[in-house]
Design a protein around this ligand. Structure first.
Ligand code: M6R
Length: 595
């Protein structure tokens, strides 16, 4: 977590840093700070709160600087624990994203050597360690410092006597943006896009020296290297709100486009991974949060289309489980590609001898380096902390993958594959139809959901994980307790919680569980809980429910995409009515880069 940014060039660093930091606030937003080199002095401002809370009157005229937005790990959010951190003399400043596992030992060592600390953070050791090693050559001092660090870090270091920034990364993202007579470095591309769309993604262990007109990179062995320059195709506008009140709403409405982009060029041939190279008898899907729910839906998709048995693991548990005596093809799903639990699990899968695939939305993210194969979702930048269009495009990739595997295994005839592909083609339009009329959803959110303290989401079969996802989204942004359940399970305990004050959102589509689901809904109705049905036009269902949201006609196998959009909107409008901080919910961050 945390967003870092550095600028060196001819413009006023402060303005550029602030803009970049605001674009990175999705990574953490409990404190913010900047440091700018102004005539051989470093001026700084940092405090608890958002970037907008910084007090910046007067100073800050230089054109080299660093900035930070924080998601607290070591040390509570406070002015003292905010970045940048300084050495004892105030000559150098650093910003850090990650966790230094051996900071206690390093801090003791530095204190013994006479350094004075001002915070409870792990990050501050970096500033003092660079000071300790500094004797006129900043690059050398940072190189020696990072060789002592254990854990994850992306850092940027500046010194009042130097016309340069030094940056380095290990297991935390860092990307260099190359402009004209100016260069930048940041945790993520949106912070750079005002200045350049040409970027270099740094690799673990890289140390980079950045001046206004040069970028000099050394790899972990100290060898001078170049990293490929990539051209980012999306624009600043893509990463901005575009007239919507919140990023989340914008991103929900971008789903038809995101699905279209994720299907583009893949419906005739989906050949990014040559699955035939692998002996795929079992698949294990490993991920966290919303990506885990996409994996759960993926299990149903893959088992029914390709006939390959699928298992699921939460990434945070995977590493600590006893490996079974098989070597499943292991798929890691992570929109950010930076989730520490998922990356740790990918390393462990390799260690166990499994072949691995990563599904991610972020080009060159850390996960891509830990797996044998990568498939990118094409959702475009997702800024809202709540995952919306990235979930939907993860499902798209899982459908495409299942069709490909089904064909290869001879489980699927070409005609059947074409029928499935046609359903995928129709998805953007169907989502659009749904998004064109959200009045009912807005009304139910305001009247029923926003007044509840507990809400159940129930579904069966492929829509059971969609119920889990609906509950997660509501908890995450509306701060209302919600639970997702397979509808048949309520009677095994949770029925005791059903009252007139406990709304139940019931997902019902005409698949093999339809009759049973109607029975389950009837049982809930008998407990007098307010029932909100989500499904196609269906007289039987409507008779049982107090409220109803209709989705366009769609085969049950593809219904999760539409149903989930309804549940995203329930969460959004409920949170909206409660005045929640929708894009930046409390205590959370977009990518969770700590275990
Ligand atoms: O970047 P990832 O997909 O690996 O993130 C995993 C979870 O942290 C993430 O899906 C989280 O649950 C979402 N913010 C929920 O909306």
């Amino acid at each position: 977590m945390c967003g870092i940014v550095g600028y060196i060039g001819n413009s006023r660093a402060l303005d550029i840093l602030l803009k970049g930091m605001k674009r990175l606030e999705y990574r953490g937003y409990d404190s913010a700070g900047i440091a700018v080199r102004n005539h051989d002095e470093i001026e700084t401002e940092k405090r608890k709160g958002r970037v907008d809370d910084l007090e910046l009157d007067g100073l800050f005229d230089g054109n080299i600087g660093i900035g930070h937005t924080r998601w607290a790990t070591h040390g509570k959010p406070s002015d003292e624990n905010s970045h940048p951190f300084f050495d004892c003399t105030g000559s150098l400043a650093i910003v850090h994203n990650g966790i230094i596992d051996n900071f206690v030992t390093l801090k003791e060592e530095l204190e013994m050597a006479g350094h004075t600390f001002t915070s409870q953070t792990d990050s501050e050791v970096i500033a003092h360690m660079v000071e300790e090693y500094y004797s006129g050559d900043l690059l050398d001092a940072v190189t020696k410092t990072v060789s002592r660090l254990k854990g994850s870090y992306a850092i940027v270091v500046m010194h009042r006597d130097h016309q340069e920034l030094i940056a380095s990364r290990n297991q935390s993202p860092l990307v260099v943006g190359m402009g004209t007579e100016e260069n930048l470095v940041a945790s993520d591309v949106p912070a750079l896009l005002d200045h350049t769309n040409e970027v270099k993604y740094l690799m673990d262990g890289d140390i980079v020296r950045i001046t206004p007109d040069a970028v000099f990179i050394r790899d972990a062995t100290g060898r001078e290297v170049d990293r490929e320059t990539k051209v980012i195709k999306w624009t600043v506008e893509d990463a901005e709100k575009g007239g919507f009140e919140h990023f989340m709403l914008k991103e929900i409405h971008e789903q038809p486009k995101a699905i279209h982009e994720s299907l583009l060029g893949r419906l005739v041939e989906f050949d990014e991974v040559d699955f035939a190279r692998y002996d795929i008898r079992h698949i294990n899907i490993v991920s966290c949060g919303t990506s885990y729910h996409a994996g759960l839906v993926g299990k149903y998709i893959i088992e029914s289309i390709a006939g390959i048995p699928c298992m699921l693991d939460l990434a945070s548990e995977y590493r600590y489980s006893s490996p079974p005596d098989i070597y499943p093809f292991t798929v890691f799903i992570s929109q950010s590609g930076e989730t520490a639990d998922t990356i740790g699990a990918a390393k462990e899968a390799r260690r166990r001898g499994c072949k691995t695939l990563g599904i991610t939305n972020v080009l060159d993210s850390s996960l891509t380096r830990e797996v044998d194969e990568v498939i990118y979702t094409q959702a475009g930048p997702e800024i809202g902390v709540a995952a919306t269009k990235t979930f939907t495009t993860q499902l798209i990739v899982l459908y495409l993958m299942a069709i490909e595997l089904g064909l290869q295994r001879g489980k699927l005839l070409i005609e059947q594959a074409e029928t499935y592909r046609n359903e995928l083609r129709k998805l953007p339009r169907r989502v659009e139809v749904l998004l064109n009329d959200t009045e009912e959803i807005q009304d139910i959110s305001k009247r029923v959901l926003a007044n509840a303290e507990d809400i159940f989401f129930v579904g069966r079969n492929i829509n059971y994980p969609v119920a889990l996802e609906g509950a997660l989204k509501l908890k995450e942004i509306a701060y209302i307790h919600a639970a997702g359940y397979p509808a048949g399970e309520l009677k095994h305990g949770p029925f005791a919680l059903l009252t007139r004050e406990t709304p139940v959102v019931a997902i019902c589509v005409k698949d093999s569980t339809y009759e049973k689901m109607l029975g389950n809904i009837g049982e809930i109705a008998a407990r007098e809980s307010p029932l909100i049905g989500v499904g196609q036009e269906d007289h039987e269902l409507e008779k049982l429910c107090d409220e109803m949201v209709h989705i366009p006609d769609i085969p049950p196998l593809f219904s999760p995409v539409l149903i989930n959009v309804v549940l995203q909107l329930f969460a959004y409008y409920t949170a909206y009515n409660l005045g929640r901080s929708i894009d930046k919910p409390r205590n959370l961050a977009k990518s969770v880069t700590v275990e």
